[in-house]
Design a protein around this ligand. Structure first.
Ligand SMILES: *Cc1c(COP(=O)(O)O)cnc(C)c1O
Length: 388
């Protein structure tokens, strides 16, 4: 394996330069893309560092090492999607294992866990993790795995990762935190006591809306080995080209997060003061119920938020028709700003009752704030709000 520079350095340096100038063939500064599916054995019964692309790939490994370092983990396993990252953990549990997940968890995660539960492979229990008594009661049922999402989607609720991890660990459970909404630039769940971090790297880590991929980072080296083995067994591996593109995205992760967060804060402040908006859910606002916790647990507040239009669905329709600069689309975390209507898009599968229980109204809009000029973003939103 080639020597990697920048071993004992700040996270910003890892993101910008991990694996730079480590090419031994030609001294390429930008790490090359290895597409080969198979590798020559140097001799009889002597495999080299790599033998077959499902087992390992130099481009994928480089990205995995970079993400693991950013999260402070022992290693990472890269998967072909965020869902495959969730399934790497869920699918490798013993039969009948109890999984404890938030009642308002990411829709795809809910669908996956419910499907595996329906097949009798796991047992699924959903709780409101902001309710500590309910969480502790659920832990008494001895879950094997506890999934935490903070901030939640789309209402940006924050839970105390250190407190919940401590309780879960004491109950003998492993803890995984979905860190997709913040990225390791803003939150490092392993340092708060989690056993694993998972990502849809599709979102902020890649940051350019041109890759679907995922990652699981484990705190423990034995767990990294076990999960790598499982990814090879099931074949759920990230393609080298996607890994190469994603590493290109990682180079600017900190700069992107900083710029997008700055824009998000200005937008949240603006929305909160607008008469057409009845509520803004952004942890960076002092009015957010978990603002103090977010301040303590995170290095920033990120670029995701949601807000309610006082006029409900008719106002949503008028807003979306008149707004500019933002694009109406699902997904998040790219350099371009997106707006989504959870009730008809990302959270449609929950049904009206599920949404009502989770507090997702028909007048709610979710924003993923990008890197455009903040004046243009505010003007684009103002155009929509003026029509409400
Ligand atoms: C998008 C997303 C996922 C799923 O990731 P894919 O890459 O779309 O498979 C999981 N968790 C969260 C929080 C997400 O936003």
């Amino acid at each position: 394996m080639p020597e990697r520079k920048s071993l004992d350095v700040q996270p910003e340096t890892v993101a910008a330069a991990y694996g730079v100038a480590s090419d031994t063939a030609f001294g390429a500064v930008a790490p090359p893309l290895y597409l080969s599916s198979t590798y020559e054995f140097p001799g009889f019964d002597t495999p080299g560092a790599y033998d077959y692309g499902r087992v390992g790939n130099p481009t994928r490994d480089l990205l995995g090492e970079a993400i693991a370092r950013l999260e402070g983990g022992a290693g990472a396993v890269l998967t072909p999607s965020g869902m495959a990252a969730v399934d790497l953990l869920a699918g490798s549990l013993g039969n009948g294992s109890l999984v404890l997940a938030p009642h308002d968890c990411y829709g795809g995660t809910m669908r996956l866990l419910a499907a595996r539960a329906k097949l009798g492979q796991i047992t699924l229990k959903l709780v409101d993790q902001t309710d500590l008594a309910a969480f502790e009661a659920a832990l008494a049922e001895r879950p094997a795995l506890v999934l935490i999402e903070s901030p939640s989607n789309p209402l940006m609720r924050i839970v105390d990762i250190a407190a919940l991890s401590g309780l879960a660990r004491a109950a003998g459970a492993k803890v995984v935190v979905d860190n997709t909404f913040l990225s390791p630039a803003i939150q490092q769940p392993l340092s708060l006591g989690a056993d694993y971090v998972l990502h849809s790297t599709t979102k902020f880590i890649n940051g350019h809306s041109d890759v679907i991929a995922g990652a699981v980072v484990a705190a423990d080296a034995e767990e990294v080995k076990r999960l790598r083995h499982w990814a090879n067994v099931t074949g759920a591996i990230c393609s080298p080209f996607d890994a190469w593109l994603t590493l290109r995205g990682v180079r600017t992760l900190f700069a992107r997060m900083a710029g997008q967060e700055r824009n998000a804060m200005a937008i949240a402040t603006r929305l909160e003061a607008h008469p057409a908006v009845s509520h803004v859910h952004y942890p960076g606002l002092a009015s957010h119920p978990h603002h103090a916790l977010a301040r303590r647990q995170q290095k920033g507040f990120g670029a995701m938020m949601s807000f309610e239009l006082a006029g409900g669905v008719p106002a949503v329709q008028r807003f979306l028709k008149a707004m500019r600069v933002f694009t109406l689309a699902e997904s998040l975390g790219g350099v371009e700003s997106l707006v989504a209507h959870p009730a008809t898009m990302t959270h449609v599968d929950m049904g009206p009752e599920g949404r009502a229980k989770a507090g997702i109204t028909d007048g709610l809009l979710r924003l993923s704030v990008g890197l455009e000029h903040v004046d243009d973003l505010i003007a684009g939103l103002d155009a929509g709000l003026a029509a409400c």
